[in-house]
Design a binder for this molecule. Structure first.
Ligand code: PLP
Length: 418
């Protein structure tokens, strides 16, 4: 089936009053709040992305009009819902070259990661494979399930990254053991944007029986080829990092030949999602994820070019400040910059810039606490660079940024510091 026929009618509608700053014509919208006050430009897309108006329209259709339960077999309401879920399964699967029945809808990447890691417990115990390899730079949504595996008696090896923030495939190979159950490596780091060498790691695993899980929360729909590698067994997806709503995600569970992965469910109930993730399917959210996936596949080249242009502009503007880039810039996704301004603390910079740009200094999940970034510490960066790290992340929906004003504000801040 062609890509356009995979797109439900209505999915391309835009809601009144909203337009998308499409990469090709890159319309600039000055963001305004309800009160008409100019809002800072949102540069925290790694925390969450704005919902694309085309996705919003699709979600609303399945909230308001097609409200059936995908599990109802006895009437057209249920059938319409089920058809939309099946379409979304195809839309998500196509992005990573998986089979639709290998896609399990979840509430987001945290749940997918938990299912992938903890779901292998029983198999690991039965087969005597009690060793897991992962990295020190994973998101907490992988590190914490790994801590739980350690409590359950598994041995977990966490590999350090290079100074550039990526993990060497050779280090993975060297850590492999006959009893390695699982290798879990993220695709794109949420703090630095550094892309991990997923295809190379997948190739290194060819003669190992270990399962390979990739937390692709920040890469799904953005890095296409790397995630299509068939040695990846499990792949976690988050809708709200790809312009779909929060509360929806997926776990791709690739079969090995005809064999399904030996995952055990973490919840029990009505048998939905092949019994792995029971519960009534949130059809509207699933429709939104499907549309977001389909749009990403169609538009990713233009999106990538638009994001790279924003990055070039930012880098040029920041030059006079003598900033340090955190993470190997030749391996970094185009929609993120993690940098430190010498002599400027990140908290002070965030406050000074708050009316201009909305940025962060790390993962939104840990921003309640002022813990220094475990990712930058693992890369061995000096303390001042870690405490000064700013994360700026954007998307194809990001309007033009007044980088000069941002740089001026930071210059001023630097001069104010005794
Ligand atoms: N993994 C990574 C790399 C992330 O960046 C995030 C969110 O920031 C998650 C997992 C958690 O995703 P979700 O919010 O969909 O649970």
């Amino acid at each position: 089936m062609g890509e356009s026929s995979e797109q439900p009618t209505g999915a391309l509608r835009t809601l009144s009053g909203m337009t998308v700053a499409a990469p090709s014509n890159s319309t600039v919208i000055a963001p305004r709040s309800e009160s008409g006050r100019t809002q800072p430009v949102y540069l925290d897309c790694n925390a969450t992305t704005p919902v694309d108006p085309r996705v919003q329209a699709e979600v609303l259709t399945y909230l308001a009009e097609e409200f059936g339960n995908a599990g109802s077999r006895t009437h057209v309401y249920g059938q319409a819902a089920k058809e939309r879920v099946n379409l979304a399964r195809r839309q998500v699967a196509k992005v990573v070259d998986a089979r639709p029945d290998e896609v399990i809808f979840t509430s987001g990447a945290t749940e997918s990661n938990n299912m992938a890691v903890l779901g292998l417990t029983t198999h690991g115990e039965r087969s005597g494979s009690r060793h897991i390899i992962s990295t020190q730079i994973e998101h907490k949504a992988v590190l914490e399930p790994l801590e739980e595996m350690a409590r359950r008696g598994f041995e977990v090896t966490l590999l350090p990254p290079t100074a550039g923030g990526w993990v060497e495939p050779d280090a993975v190979l060297a850590a492999l053991r006959p009893d390695t159950l699982l290798v879990s490596v993220m695709a794109a780091n949420n703090e630095t944007g550094v892309l991990q060498p997923i295809p190379e790691i997948a190739n290194a695993l060819v003669s190992s029986p270990a399962y390979f899980h990739v937390d692709a929360a920040q890469a799904f729909g953005k890095q296409i080829e790397a995630l299509r590698h068939h040695r990846i067994d499990l792949l976690s997806i988050s809708g709200h990092k790809l312009h779909a709503p929060k509360g929806i995600g997926a776990l791709v569970t690739r079969r090995r030949g005809y064999q399904r992965l030996p995952l055990s469910p973490l919840q029990f109930g009505g048998g939905q999602e092949r019994g792995l993730r029971p519960g009534t399917l949130p059809v509207a959210l699933i429709a939104g994820l499907g549309t977001a996936a389909s749009l990403a596949l169609r538009e990713y080249t233009e999106r990538e070019q638009y994001c790279a242009r924003l990055r070039d502009e930012a880098l040029k503007a920041f030059e006079p400040l003598g900033v340090t880039l955190n993470g190997d810039s030749s391996r970094t996704a185009s929609h993120i910059l993690n940098l430190s301004v010498p002599g400027v603390d990140s908290e002070a910079a965030i406050v000074a810039l708050k009316n201009l740009v909305a940025i962060s200094n790390g993962s939104a999940c840990t921003s309640q606490s002022y813990e220094p970034s475990h990712v930058l510490i693992a890369a061995g960066l000096p303390e001042e660079q870690v405490s000064g790290a700013l994360r700026l992340s954007w998307s194809y929906m990001t309007p033009a940024v007044d980088w000069e004003a941002v740089v001026d504000r930071l210059q001023l801040l630097r001069h104010q510091i005794p």
